[in-house]
Design a protein around this ligand. Structure first.
Ligand code: N0T
Length: 521
């Protein structure tokens, strides 16, 4: 990696998101990097709580802590800023050798302005709220009020200006999330007279063009989706203007996270966070928020089909996949492999601290060192591989498999090889996979060179087959090395052979990394 190294190992080079052939990498210290993240609970953003945060972050071996920076905390009185928490957090992150992703909790923290200062959230006249179709006022603020945009933007600019001053050299902070799970609950859009006037007007040209539509009113252009699409557009415009102003101070990558909608069905927007970046409005968000580098899903559904469908929806040539939040229950841990297989640049379980708060049923019912062990296994394994995987992923040479919920195996198409990953198999002999007791297995595979692959994982058996017959008689694993990476160099530990390879590559409860070379005879 290039870039002058600062004393704490962080570099003078700015973090940035790069795109090559529709694939992405987050560049940190000048080279591709995987965010092995951990998000603290919502109210852990106080100096007094940090002692309960770091032990959990260290326990899971995350390289990055995701932490809220609340508007109410930095600007309790209008125009007077207090960045003491941010300064404390930065100093401690450097001591712990962790990166940070900061989450701007402003106008939207899941629908509501609960994290806005009192002078904002208690002043409906100056900062109007969404009014739903029957005239009932909701908690969520309207995206159409210029005063709200102006106030949020000013605070965000002050935050980014301060961040540049205190971190513009070291780059402990990798990205900033702008707002949190935007959109509005129990209203599809703002129906106040102020908003209705805008809704009755024409769809802005930029959106019409981006979506290749004919000009007209929202109803003309979008029919039954008009209300939701209108709300999405103006929430995205709001967020984009906040991000743009922040980037003018300090241009590090900025993203938004999404409270999801059913990935398979049309769901009534009244029943989810309408206007937020759900899969059905990603094109609108992309057009309306060009200053947002990526849109990341928050995945709190345990089912394999829901999870992987969501990964597919948010991995696009115009969107880098980043699992911005996911549940901290053990069954979510294995999805890091499917995330990597979908070219993910990061994965961040939510609720990683020892405050004793748990968001069950979304996540685990209890959080202690044992509950966090599956996440620790992930990050221990991927910590060693981080740079290699991120670089190969940018080249399209990474595949991943997570144990399904209903089935007990899956297949990966590597081109010259087809890989079958089985779960719950004995390590000796042939058998039918029956699945692990709870789904918990997964593997990641990366092509190092023709016929040479890294294979890493746990609780799974991996079998390679040739897709087209090469060689006169057959092919073999010429060598299977177990090892790990240290500063970009492969460190050999031992060869696997005999029982360990006769019936596939048998990954156990210990995360392991193999380098496998194939040959024909
Ligand atoms: C998340 C988190 C935090 C099963 C919930 C998820 C975080 C926010 N919201 O603990 O509040 O700040 O982004 C909402 C998921 C609802 C899913 C319900 C379907």
């Amino acid at each position: 990696p290039s870039g002058a190294q600062a004393a704490d190992g962080h570099s003078a080079e700015m973090p940035r998101l790069v795109r090559e052939d529709g694939r992405y990498a987050l560049m940190v210290d000048g080279a591709p990097y995987l965010v092995l993240g951990a998000q603290a609970n919502n109210s852990s953003n106080w100096p007094s709580v940090l002692p309960q945060v770091w032990p959990a972050v260290d326990q899971v071996q995350a390289n990055t802590l995701l932490m809220p920076i609340a508007w109410q905390q930095i600007e309790p009185t209008e125009g007077k800023f207090d960045f003491s928490f941010l300064d404390t957090l930065l100093a401690q992150a450097r001591e712990h050798k962790k990166h940070l992703v900061l989450l701007w909790f402003g106008t939207w923290k899941n629908n509501s302005p609960s994290y806005a200062p009192d002078w904002v959230k208690l002043d409906n006249d100056r900062f109007p709220r969404v009014v739903e179709s029957k005239g009932i006022m909701r908690g969520s603020l309207s995206p159409l009020a210029p005063a709200t945009l102006d106030a949020d933007r000013k605070a965000f600019v002050a935050f980014m200006r301060h961040l540049k001053q205190v971190d513009g050299q070291q780059h402990t902070v990798l990205m900033v999330q702008v707002e949190n799970e935007t959109g509005t609950y129990r209203a599809i859009r703002d129906f106040s007279p102020m908003a209705q006037k805008v809704f009755d007007g024409k769809v802005p040209d930029d959106l019409v063009k981006a979506l290749k539509k004919q000009p007209g009113t929202w109803k003309d252009v979008f029919g039954k989706d008009a209300d939701e699409f209108f709300h999405a557009y103006y929430v995205a415009r709001f967020v984009d203007q906040v991000a743009a102003a922040g980037k003018a101070e300090y241009p590090i990558p900025m993203y938004v996270n999404a409270a999801l909608r059913d990935p398979f069905k049309d769901q009534d927007p009244y029943s989810y966070s309408s206007g937020g970046p759900t899969w059905n409005v990603l094109d609108i968000w992309k057009a309306a928020a060009p200053n947002i580098d990526l849109i990341g899903p928050d995945i709190y559904e345990r089912g394999y089909d829901f999870y992987t469908k969501t990964l597919e929806q948010y991995k696009r040539p115009d969107n880098a996949l980043f699992v911005a939040e996911t549940g901290n229950d053990s069954v979510y841990a294995r999805y890091v492999f499917a995330t990597l297989g979908h070219q993910g640049i990061g994965f961040a379980p939510f609720g990683i601290d020892y405050t004793r708060y748990v968001n069950y049923p979304l996540g685990a019912a209890k959080i202690d060192a044992e509950a966090l062990e599956p996440f620790a296994m992930n990050f221990k394994l991927l910590g060693s591989l981080n740079r290699e995987l991120a670089a190969l992923s940018l080249k399209g040479k990474v595949w991943g498999a997570s144990e399904p919920t209903a089935e007990h195996s899956n297949t990966l198409d590597l081109g010259p090889y087809k890989v079958t990953v089985g779960y719950g198999l004995p390590q000796f002999g042939e058998a039918k996979p029956t699945g692990n007791d709870k789904p918990c297995g997964g593997v990641v595979i990366a092509e190092l060179a023709p016929n040479e692959y890294l294979v890493a994982g746990y609780h799974a058996r991996v079998d390679f087959a040739q897709t087209t017959k090469a060689g006169k008689n057959g092919f073999m694993m010429a060598s299977v090395e177990e090892g790990h990476f240290e500063n970009g160099k492969w460190v050999f530990e031992r060869l696997w052979n005999g029982d360990q390879t006769d019936y596939g590559l048998n990954f156990t409860s210990i995360p392991q990394i193999l380098k496998v070379r194939f040959a024909t005879y």
